[in-house]
Design a protein around this ligand. Sequence first.
Ligand code: DGL
Length: 271
Amino acid sequence: MNDESCAPIGIFDSGFGGLTVARAIVDLLPSEDILYLGDTARTPYGPRPLAQVREFTLQSLDWLIGQGVKALVIACNTGSSAALRDARERYPDLPIIEVILPAARKAAGITRNGRIGVICTAATANSRSYNDALAASPVNVITQVCPKFVPYVEAGITTGDSLIEVATGYLEPLKHQQVDTLILGCTHYPLLSGVISFIMGDDVALVSSADECARSTFGTLKRKGLLRSDNNQAVRRFTTTGDPAEFEGLGRRLMGGFVRDVEQIDLGVTV
Ligand code: DGL
């Protein structure tokens, strides 16, 4: 095992949602050190113009690079839609894993009727990144923007009548369009999968961009010779640009003991 493979995996999201990816990565790769950054001070990214999302995402990725990570995971569909190409040009020597292509591939592989729904933020929908990722597959893509979902998650609400009513408004049109596969095209949404699958019904397969991204992380690190093969007692650092106590409280509520000792960091830019 080389020294490089002992460095942490850097994981970025606009806020809390990327923790669904971090948790999936820890499940698959328990020996890996991870460094998580949630840009909670500026979340949500979804309603922002793509150029601004790109700027914020690259600032966050620069910070992770400065911490010496061995790979970057853009655990944010919105950030990936806006900045993936620029990130790959900016850090040509570093493996960069993202959420969109792995989820699109999985959905294209499991759909039976070729009707794939994508729920996501406005910025992800505007970028058409899922349409591009699925362009070569013989499928219809039906996109639904769900702007109220991220604020619900960031407020720690993942069930209840008001959320179910909002979700029904978003998801009924997809049911009428007879999608049989639904991509959760925002890493916050796996935390709402109880409500989403309750409304969509058992016949619709949910594809979590978080789970697919974790598998892609495993594959990429293995191919690059960067997978840890020892029994490392992993160090998992959680950082936020926002209020660390709030972040930790939300973590305790939604993810049990997974998130602890949250540190506040300064990106060195005006937020
Ligand atoms: N979790 C992010 C994503 O996957 C979006 C959240 C936001 O709007 O900031 O797209």
